[in-house]
Design a protein around this ligand. Sequence first.
Ligand SMILES: Cc1ncc(COP(=O)(O)O)c(C=O)c1O
Length: 408
Amino acid sequence: MKLDLPFVRAQFPAFAEPSLQGWAFFENAGGSYPCGHFINRLTAFYTKNKVQPYYPYPASMLAGELMDESYKRMAEYLNVEASEIHFGPSTTQNVYVLANAMRPMWKDGDEIIVSCQDHEANAGAWRRLADRGIKIVEWHVDRESGLLNLEDLDGLFSDRTRMVAFPHCSNVIGHVNPVKEISKRAHAYGALCVVDGVAYAPHGFPDLKALGADIYLFSLYKTYGPHLGLMYVKKELIMKMENQSHFFKEGITRSMLTPAGPDHAQIGAVSGILDYFDAVYEHHFEEKAVPSQRNTALNSLFREQEKALLERLLGFLRSRDDIQILGTPNVEGRVPTISILPLKKNLEAVYTTLTQHKLMLGMGDFYAVRPLMDMDIPRQPGVLRFSFLHYTSMKEIEQLIAGLKNAL
Ligand SMILES: Cc1ncc(COP(=O)(O)O)c(C=O)c1O
């Protein structure tokens, strides 16, 4: 089964937008285009249901129902329970709240392992607990490859290890970490796993039950939807945490980790992402399937599409002796988020030429400062990053390659 790309692109208004014509979008790891299903739901909510939800008059009742539907459907796609899903303003804020909620679970002198491959969202808030009696143990990346090594991790555990925080996939290295295996090792020490899935989830939602992480986070503005952070917290954990919301929210698990209060309209419109997934599923497959099964089928469909393009782009990049590719230069085990360093030309000059080729891409540290520090790569100017998704076309890849040939 091959992804019907024209069908897919027709679901994203940006691809039909006149002002974007000719521009190829390669900054998807910064945020994806939103799908039309989500935009329509958001507009409808703002038009018809922008009232305080959960009161017994029709506009309000429907607002509450739309929000509940998003929790329920998202949980079904991720193969967990609706009460385990939390929508906060962003992943950065969700981790910040988590760190405060989890600190009282631990004693002074307890240890947490934090990777140095993370975006700062899953790094800084944990390290700040050093000021509150927690010992921080750093899991460094390999200086050359940027990869996290499991043998290194094994040497970091102790009988006081309470948690391991690491990314499912780094937003600059692109390598997919074996979450299941890492969780198994952490659980053997009784430690919890907190996984930043922000750079992974846009390429296919994980089956959270199978994955084994205790807490998993990703950002919905990178998965075709609103600017919200989604956080999965295993149900037996939340009541061990400290309530971070109003005192009278104690025990109300949907509120305890979201002190900012929910963005009703955006939450109500989250289902639009799943409408899009359902539409792609129904367009390609005839068999009836529950959402988690649809998700598995969509994952292969998206992955095959991404792989074909990744093969072409990495093939070109490997053929050059004037660049360094961060992470593995092969398709297997990585997502299409590729960072490079030009070896013979000035990075900023290369970047400027690429934008002149109507390429939308990024340059800098992408808040992945610690992996760059471990790899001795200066934050300024940082790296050049191209990231794409299943909706990207081979024509856009060729545009990127033509731009690179010119710029390098
Ligand atoms: C891997 C990774 N983690 C976390 C974040 C932060 O997400 P948010 O903007 O929702 O705080 C980002 C944002 O780029 C990211 O790439």
